[in-house]
Design a protein around this ligand. Structure first.
Ligand SMILES: Nc1ncnc2c1ncn2[C@@H]1O[C@H](COP(=O)(O)OP(=O)(O)OP(=O)(O)O)[C@@H](O)[C@H]1O
Length: 774
């Protein structure tokens, strides 16, 4: 809030300042105090940080200087908070070693970005802000908002009261009326005691509402970000920069600033009505001059500051890029240390930091230019009310206290009319946030111009019930050719996102226990084949059908199209992966082992079951979280599977994959470590097989999942999954893999002759069928 003193004696409290929030949103609750004598002697700003800077008043200076420093501090805080937020970023970025979105060459970025359009900005503001107020939490939200507005109204009433108190106080002083003076002094003290709690409660209620709003929005954005692999598409196609920063920082700033700004507007309106009466009553022409002055000032400041929105947008991006660079050093510490790449890293990170500093420099220059005007605007007129009203005092028409009252009312009205001039920098920063969130929102809704998939023809991915039980031979064994179909690929031509064809016209069927090995030179498209099977890519044409019967019926929504046999629906159009794939009996093990942030138990349960999620009793009991934050995100129904493995199951599976010693080493399943650092790559690959054995899918697709293991361990793991009745399709280069598979799909580099570039060859080994039967 701003505590504004007009004259050394009259103490009034005015509207919440918008950029105050920017400080708070970074968890450094700074308070902006704005003292001024209101008589043309200049105003002074004193900033006090309640938390970070609790022991010292940081900046005391004239308004012009302090405004510039405020901006600079604001930016500085952004940079510092970037580093502190790295934990959050790291969880979203995981360990993927892929290009940073938006981290490409950013020369002339300013020129490339179209300037903000007010209509689009307002549309985006509504689109981003409105959903919460119509959500399940709307009743609570609207009540809290009403309370905040009521308290704000109270603060304006108190301000008006102070204005009259000030008048009487000065009249008593001028009249040398000691009795009246003492009385007014006591009134003053009483008014302080009664008024201050209202201001404190208003700020508290506002901050609590802002937190609630932010919590809801964070969940809302997270759900859409993690749904339908949007996070993957955004990252792999570099569609927008730094989604993590938008969720963490921008949402926090948005909710706080939107509330502060609405309150400031409301407060200004009420303030304007209250003080206009006072000033108009004293001298009407003064009011008219003030009105014209404010309109002119607003128009000039909009003209001078129009470049600031763009610069603020870029500043957000550049600081997030810088932070992401540091997160990547932490995530890839060992690789960098092995390479001895410190010097290169230093250069790369410094380049990002320089880019942020360069932009900030431009931002500061633009702010400085604007502030030349803003400060001139602010001070030029300070002397006017006293100068205009003084002759009336000299002629005895008004009392001395009225001069003071008119100065106070004048400053209030000036502040109210000049909200755009005074807050232009904060408004431009807010506009940049609206722009960034709106862009993100459009993308998650699929209404962005850069849609996540813009290919006219795509590979159709379908899920179907399995056919009825296969026929048994007379001896009770299954005839190989009568086995259940699990996967069918029909005339599929697979392309990379850049349009290059990788595999042409592939047709194959994988039946139960017919383990398929996919081989081919590096870069021919083996992993891409898995990507398309997982629904991550759909570039190309053709059809893929998974025949899976054993998913829990209750988890299948009629619209989610899993029952193609019944409905003939193609799920790929609406939802590539309607449910967690594990429930469909399909499991993918990626090339890079992935360790989640958490305990050993969580590693093993991932991704089929959740452990220690927000649904856990500890959190649910607490009243601190709004009810919408308790409860799983309900994206993949993780954690709802009733067959959750017990501790004994987990210990057994660790033993099976040869990791029993981890329990001795870490003493418990519930120990938390940076698992990707403390486990070897081979151990991480064995953890992945443990997950597989616990989930027991029908079909698993393995991408070089034993590449870091010795042959004995590789054989042991394949034997285990075959023994568990899991059919597998593996990608790999090693010859020993042939021992564990029935046939090989060879993919070769594509030639120009339009011929298919694959062939399937059976693996002739007498003991192979015996192995899969075990
Ligand atoms: N996101 C992407 N955008 C464009 N092209 C890509 C993308 N990802 C991979 N590619 C390209 O697609 C081709 C096939 O990649 P893929 O990962 O399938 O190869 P691979 O056969 O699995 O190779 P390896 O054996 O080396 O793992 C490569 O030329 C690769 O550069």
């Amino acid at each position: 809030m701003i505590l504004r003193s007009q004259s050394s004696s009259v103490f009034t409290v005015s509207s919440t300042v918008i950029d105050n929030h920017t400080f708070k949103s970074h968890r450094r609750q700074l308070q902006l105090l704005d003292y001024g004598d209101g008589c043309g002697h200049g105003q002074f700003h004193v900033r006090v940080s309640k938390i970070l800077l609790s022991t010292t008043a940081v900046t005391v200076g004239s308004s012009g200087g302090s405004l510039a420093r405020r901006k600079s501090r604001n930016r500085f805080i952004n940079v510092r908070s970037s580093a502190s937020a790295s934990d959050l970023s790291s969880s979203t970025q995981s360990q993927q070693d892929i290009t940073t979105p938006g981290s490409g060459p950013d020369k002339n970025e300013e020129a490339q970005r179209p300037g903000p359009d007010l209509k689009i900005l307002l549309k985006r503001l509504w689109k981003v802000a409105a959903p919460y107020w119509f959500s399940d939490d709307k009743v609570q939200a609207r009540w809290q908002l009403a309370a905040v507005f009521a308290l704000t109204l109270g603060t304006t009433g108190i301000s008006v009261g102070f204005n009259f108190l000030g008048r009487d106080f000065y009249n008593a002083l001028a009249n040398k009326d000691q009795e009246q003076f003492t009385k007014q002094l006591l009134y003053y003290l009483g008014a302080f005691a009664g008024g201050i709690p209202v201001f404190v409660l208003r700020d508290y209620a506002k901050d609590m509402l802002s937190l609630r709003w932010r919590s809801w929005m964070t969940k809302h954005y997270m759900e859409r970000y993690l749904k339908d692999q949007s996070f993957y598409k955004i990252q792999s196609q570099s569609i927008i920069d730094n989604p993590d920063q938008r969720i963490v920082d921008d949402l926090s700033s948005f909710t706080g600033t939107a509330l502060s700004f609405s309150l400031a507007l409301f407060n200004s309106t009420v303030d304007l009505i209250s003080f206009s009466n006072i000033l108009y009553g004293i001298y009407p022409p003064l009011f008219v001059i003030l009105l014209l002055y404010s309109i002119g000032g607003t128009a000039i400041s909009v003209f001078l500051g129009k470049g600031l929105v763009n610069l603020n947008f870029l500043q957000e991006k550049k600081e997030a890029d810088f932070r992401y660079g540091l997160v990547r050093i932490r995530e890839n510490a060992e690789s960098i240390a092995f390479y001895g790449g410190e010097e290169n890293e230093m250069q790369l990170i410094l380049q990002r930091f320089r880019s942020a500093v360069e932009n900030l420099t431009k931002l500061l220059i633009a702010s400085r230019n604007l502030e030349f005007f803003t400060n001139g605007y602010r001070y030029l007129i300070q002397i006017l009310p006293a100068a205009v009203v003084a002759p009336m005092y000299f002629s005895g028409k008004i009392e001395f206290g009225v001069i003071n009252q008119s100065v106070s009312a004048f400053n209030h009205i000036l502040g109210d009319f000049s909200i755009i001039v005074y807050q232009f920098q904060a408004i431009s920063a807010f506009s940049a946030i609206i722009d960034r969130l709106g862009e993100f929102d459009d993308l998650l809704d699929g209404s962005a111009p850069k849609v996540l998939s813009n290919i006219s023809e795509e590979i159709r991915l379908m899920y179907s019930h399995r056919e009825s039980s296969p026929l048994l031979e007379s001896n009770g064994s299954m005839a190989p050719d009568k086995r259940q179909k699990l996967l069918e690929i029909e005339n599929m031509t697979l392309g990379a996102p850049n349009g290059a064809t990788l595999v042409r016209d592939l047709t194959l069927i994988v039946k139960e226990k017919e383990h398929l090995l996919v081989m081919g030179p590096s870069g021919c498209g083996k992993t891409s084949l898995l990507r398309v099977l997982a629904g991550l890519w759909n570039v190309g044409k053709g059809k893929i059908t998974f025949y899976i019967k054993d998913y829990p019926e209750q988890l299948v929504s009629p619209n989610e199209g899993l029952t193609e046999a019944d409905t003939g629906e193609d799920v790929s159009k609406e939802n590539n992966r309607p449910l967690n794939k594990n429930y469909q009996g399909i499991f993918f093990l990626p090339q890079r082992p992935y360790m989640v942030l958490g305990t050993l138990r969580q590693q093993l349960l991932y991704p089929t079951w959740a452990e220690g999620s927000v649904t856990s009793a500890g959190h649910a009991e607490s009243n601190v979280f709004p009810s919408f934050l308790t409860g799983a995100l309900n994206i993949n129904n993780v954690g709802e599977n009733p067959d959750k493995p017990t501790t004994d199951d987990l210990i057994q599976v660790l033993d099976k994959v040869g990791l029993g010693y981890l329990l001795t080493r870490f003493s418990s399943l519930d120990i938390t470590c940076e698992w990707s650092s403390v486990l070897s790559l081979g151990e991480q690959q064995r953890i992945a097989f443990a997950r597989l054995l616990l989930s027991r899918p029908k079909l698993v697709l393995l991408d070089e999942s034993t590449s870091a293991l010795d042959e004995a361990n590789e054989a042991r793991l394949y034997k285990l999954i075959a023994g568990a009745g899991i059919t597998y399709i593996s990608i790999g280069h090693r010859r020993t893999l042939r021992n564990h598979h029935n046939s090989i799909l060879h993919i070769s580099k594509l030639s120009d002759d339009n011929q298919r570039n694959w062939n399937i060859e059976p693996i002739m080994r007498d003991d192979l069928y015996e192995l899969s039967k075990q």
